[in-house]
Design a protein around this ligand. Sequence first.
Ligand SMILES: [Zn+2]
Length: 638
Amino acid sequence: MALSSSIINQIIQQEVLLDDLSDDDLASFCQTANLTYRTGKPIVSDQDYDFIYLPALKQRLPHHPLLQSIEPEGQGFSEEKVLLPEIMLSTDKAYSWEEISKWIERLEKSAVEIDLELSLIQIKATPKLDGFAGFDDGTRLYTRGDGKKGSDITRVFDRGLHVYNDSERGQGAGEIMVKKSYFEVFLSQDYEYPRNFQASLIKEKALDIKAQQAILDKAALFVPFTQLPTWLGGINELSNQFERIVENVLSTVDFDVDGVVLEVTNDDLKIQMGANRKFHRWQIAFKENKDKAQVKVLSVTPQVGRTGKITPVVELEPTLLSGATIVRATGHHYGLVKEQGLGSGSVIELIRSGLVIPKINQVLKSAPVDIPEICPSCGEKLQWKSDFLMCPNHSICPAQVIGKMEYFFKILANNNGFGIATIEKLYEHGIRKVSQIYALSIDDLNIMDFGEKTCTNLVNQLKRSTSEQIEDWRFLAAFGVARMGTGNCENLLKSYPINTIFELNLEQVSTIDGFATLTAQMIVTGLDSIQSEFELLSQYHFNLELTPLQKYLAKFTHSLSGKKIIFTGKMSGSREEMKKHAKSIGIQVVSSVSAKTDYLVIGEKVGQKKIESAEKFGVEILTETDYLALIKLQITKK
Ligand SMILES: [Zn+2]
């Protein structure tokens, strides 16, 4: 039975929760959603359909025909179907790194079968366009149809549609797309999603003026897959930098994309892997898993951070999302809790994208909230600061004092042992500041009831943290001053050496590029507040790597200044010295080859792999001699 449009609306608006729908109503809703998608006017997003409604249907009615059928493209075309020049298979999909790594295992297995060295497998990654699929044989344009037969929609080219990059007709498979930026400005008033607009371009009826204009403006285009920007690399790089590669590929085009297509480029391997009825085995699409669920809130607990901010921690009914059981999420701040009614018994929409921490997307059903009046750590009366609830007792509140000490070691990141449990125990024994921790001896720790082994270990870790070299900006950031994160600290120390920062006035700090007046003000006040602790800690002679000053860097006029360079192989002198020198003259020394690397400087006995990947990314290769000539400097041999 068909649902009334008001119920459909309530489901879309999540005013009616899925749990409250009968099985039949849920099925009807999915059918309606599917139908509207097919006609190019979807009532829900693909995401919601794929990740909320279909899974719910699957759970309740696993044998529903909607879940079995491979849906026809169907409605909208009156034409007879014609045979496609080539079979267009669909792409297998993966929603997690685990699935991708299984695909890679299959590649490797097939490679072994044909004696192809694993290091020679090349993978291509391109954005997965979310448009209207077609095949252009140079004369006619077809819809993908069922993969074998499609409809002739050559009329879109007759209407003036251009091919992406002003390239030629006849490049095979691709998609009809509209540029995202253009859609936002000119079309979003009239069409809900780019997809609706893209579908409207191929309709038999005459185009409206906006569609004609978009074609004229080359904002609506046919994008052959061969024209897409590409990442190329080996299996190792893909495995090591998967998330970064996906992120980069997704950002390369101004079109709606819903994932990344990975495929093998080696012809022999492609033949070996072949295809099944539905898709090529040498190709897979990674779609970011924006998993969503409607979850009940059990309780909301206040947690005090190192700055005094009270964060509402939302305890949830355990929920399986993207392969993990989620039991809590952050409520961000109490302003949100109050405004949205995020109390025990409320229902939220929980969303998880890839491997990222799950977050509360919205409150679907509110409940009375419990706003704490006093700090759960120190009992001080809490204060509102815009949306945030704060404990003002910064110097004494245990949670804040402990949080600050923990933060110091976390940012330093060159020692082990000073996690929250250790710090809490130190606090119980009267330790309130990091400088007191550095003053501890094995005997002191012994008295505090740490085990013998732990005492030695902790003292060794403290020694290690002062002797291992760390960047000066990291050391400064570890003090946890507001607006003095690692980025701002590095920026500050590019302009003023670390031994002068406590003498700086507001004017000096605010003239630094990137610091607005308010930031500068907070930095000056913040520095003042840490000066004595900074001086106490300086007695332990941390091994600081000093940030090169901008004014000196600016003097470098050699052609490699500011370039990203990798040094590899055996050099005539010490490679470490060479790197150090390069940094000191404004070169950015990096450790792995990527598309952003400018030069690979090679010594003797260089691994073939480094050279191959440099060639793959088009990174210029320099010998040590070339390099030295370019910077016109000799490095003293050791
Ligand atoms: Zn407190």
